[in-house]
Design a protein around this ligand. Structure first.
Ligand SMILES: *[C@@H]1O[C@H](CO)[C@@H](O)[C@H](O)[C@H]1NC(C)=O
Ligand SMILES: *[C@@H]1O[C@H](CO)[C@@H](O)[C@H](O)[C@H]1NC(C)=O
Ligand SMILES: *[C@@H]1O[C@H](CO)[C@@H](O)[C@H](O)[C@H]1NC(C)=O
Ligand SMILES: *[C@@H]1O[C@H](CO)[C@@H](O)[C@H](O)[C@H]1NC(C)=O
Ligand SMILES: *[C@@H]1O[C@H](CO)[C@@H](O)[C@H](O)[C@H]1NC(C)=O
Ligand SMILES: *[C@@H]1O[C@H](CO)[C@@H](O)[C@H](O)[C@H]1NC(C)=O
Ligand SMILES: *[C@@H]1O[C@H](CO)[C@@H](O)[C@H](O)[C@H]1NC(C)=O
Ligand SMILES: [Fe+2]
Length: 487
């Protein structure tokens, strides 16, 4: 049996931040202290900060097909691309997915914890074709009725190719349960993507679940959307996604709409490969759904599914928001691919139509934070809303609003399209911090009142927070948290 262990953290950290004093309108001081760690202290001023961090802007190529991270496991029909996600509404089930290349093979998962006998669950197998590509046998198996806060081991494959992994179930849902989410978007499969994932895995804050903000493999950037790049991506992220759930959001690179080559059905590769527990939240499609996890209620929205009045997504969200019981899950998080507030030129105003439909609800129901990807950069906003405008009045500028969410864009996973470096000038008042660097985020829920967000750029040491912010919970502690930025 092949026993895999999570790739060991790279702890002999030698990378170091490179800073320069910048010359934008606000005054600030950047001091870099090398102390084994690299600490980046920035004094932030009122008009928002555009970071002057200096980095190489070169495009990064996709890792070649023979890269170590894409290696196919040894053995006939060996399970590959193993990944897990939450399997029900509360976190007591897990969907285990994997692919066998040669034949359907064994679709059972054997799993156990320290205190339980071996149990077996049977999965389903699906396949699809895309132009001249034929997928392997895609297995999805729900294992449920798991005990909370428990390490489980699981095995996929049979005989020589049995492969063992593990995961830890979340604590039971409740208001005082700390939990740490990682945030990665627009990852792709370049050398930078690999750095982002390594950086996330090595982060001392230890993310327990990834909220994935959309745009996975970027296979559609290849001729005929070469779906082989969906497989390589699945093998690349296995080292994390087989051990902790990745909560999936569909981005534009998941649409794979290509009628010119006979592929008119949107989302075909994505929906076959990445199952999500949308039924459990009364959704009728995998692009919008919700989960509870520890003290968080996470709503996933589909930027590329209809959201106008009367559409299924609209009706679902309208019924969903009143169901959120903040005394049970204080932290209301929304994730979607396309940001509503974005002061980069890339994708500027693309999120406007959905913002117009849903923003008033986010303010009414006091969403704590909205995470997005899509723009290949980082940005964090004030708590702002732009719901006053009604076409005929002149109130069309976003205003600070303590009932509104903080909007954070983390579309900087590192894909082959490169960074979005061009910003709209001047920086809007609502934009607190923006920087075009690859990296990842951590949302660290401490208790019912406090959560700490940090953004980690790839160039820095693993413990460095290039930007960070304390969020006060909008239900239990709706105090003004706009000045709670820490260095
Ligand atoms: C449980 O399953 C694992 C993996 O197949 C196997 O190695 C182990 O011997 C089994 N334990 C028992 C008690 O059957
Ligand atoms: C699919 O078609 C492309 C170009 O038309 C070709 O390069 C590739 O080898 C084909 N792949 C398969 C699996 O037939
Ligand atoms: C959990 O247990 C119940 C009762 O035994 C069963 O009906 C249900 O299918 C189980 N759920 C899962 C996901 O295994
Ligand atoms: C990807 O990152 C891992 C962990 O740092 C490293 O072992 C591996 O060699 C890297 N692969 C490539 C192709 O960069
Ligand atoms: C989700 O609901 C559909 C339609 O009701 C059903 O066919 C499907 O089996 C359900 N899936 C799960 C995982 O419960
Ligand atoms: C909300 O959750 C709390 C804490 O779990 C519970 O006591 C209360 O009954 C719930 N309210 C509703 C309306 O379900
Ligand atoms: C919640 O966490 C914050 C930050 O760690 C801490 O300052 C505060 O005292 C905690 N509140 C309670 C009630 O423990
Ligand atoms: Fe995108």
């Amino acid at each position: 049996m092949r026993v895999q262990s999570k790739w060991s953290a790279v702890d002999n950290m030698t990378e170091m931040g490179v800073g320069s004093l910048d010359s934008s309108t606000c005054s600030r001081v950047a001091i870099f202290v090398v102390l084994g760690l690299v600490l980046n202290l920035a004094v932030v001023c009122n008009g928002g900060q555009t970071s002057a961090f200096v980095r190489k802007i070169d495009f990064s190529a996709d890792m070649p097909l023979d890269s170590d991270v894409f290696r196919v496991p040894l053995g006939y029909n060996a399970p590959q691309q193993v990944h897990i996600t939450q399997g029900d509404h509360t976190g007591s089930a897990v969907i285990v997915s994997w692919i066998t290349a040669d034949e359907p093979g064994y679709s059972k998962v054997v799993y156990w914890s320290a205190n339980s006998e071996n149990q077996t669950a049977e999965g389903i197998i699906t396949t699809y074709t895309f132009y001249n590509y034929t997928s392997g046998y895609i297995h999805h198996c729900i294992i449920g009725n798991l005990t909370f806060n428990t390490r489980y081991y699981y095995v996929v494959g049979i005989g020589e190719t049995e492969t063992q992994f593990w995961f830890t179930t979340p604590p039971e849902v409740g208001p005082d349960v700390p939990y740490t989410f990682g945030l990665i978007g627009d990852l792709g499969q370049t050398f930078d993507s690999n750095k982002t994932l390594t950086h996330y895995e090595s982060n001392l804050l230890k993310g327990q679940t990834i909220l994935y903000l959309g745009d996975l493999s970027y296979a559609d950037d290849y001729p005929n959307h070469n779906n082989v790049r969906w497989d390589t991506w699945g093998r690349f992220v296995e080292r994390s996604a087989a051990y902790q759930p990745w909560i999936w959001t569909a981005g534009n690179h998941e649409i794979d709409f290509a009628p010119e080559i006979g592929e008119p059905i949107p989302f075909k590769p994505y929906t076959h490969r990445y199952y999500v527990p949308y039924n459990a939240s009364g959704s009728t499609a995998p692009f919008w759904y919700s989960i509870k996890r520890a003290s968080a209620y996470v709503i996933v929205l589909g930027s590329y599914s209809a959201y106008g009045t009367y559409t299924p997504q609209y009706k679902w969200l309208q019924e969903e928001l009143p169901k959120v019981n903040r005394s049970e899950t204080p932290w209301l998080i929304v994730i979607m691919h396309c940001p509503w507030y974005n002061s980069y030129q890339s994708h500027y105003m693309e999120g406007e139509a959905m913002r117009v439909m849903f923003e008033a609800w986010f303010v009414e129901y006091k969403v704590d934070v909205v995470f997005s990807g899509h723009v290949h950069a980082y940005e964090r906003s004030e708590r702002i809303s732009n719901v006053a405008y009604d076409i005929v009045n002149a109130n069309c500028t976003p205003v600070k609003d303590q009932s509104a969410p903080v909007y954070i864009t983390v579309g900087d996973g590192g894909n082959l399209e490169g960074l979005s470096t061009v910003m709209t000038e001047p920086q809007p008042d609502y934009s607190v911090f923006r920087e075009a660097s690859f990296g990842h985020g951590i949302f660290d829920i401490k208790n019912r009142t406090h959560a700490h967000f940090s953004w980690h750029r790839n160039e820095d040491g693993y413990a460095v927070e290039a930007d960070s912010h304390w969020l006060f919970n909008r239900y239990y502690y709706p105090a003004d948290d706009s000045k709670s930025t820490s260095a």
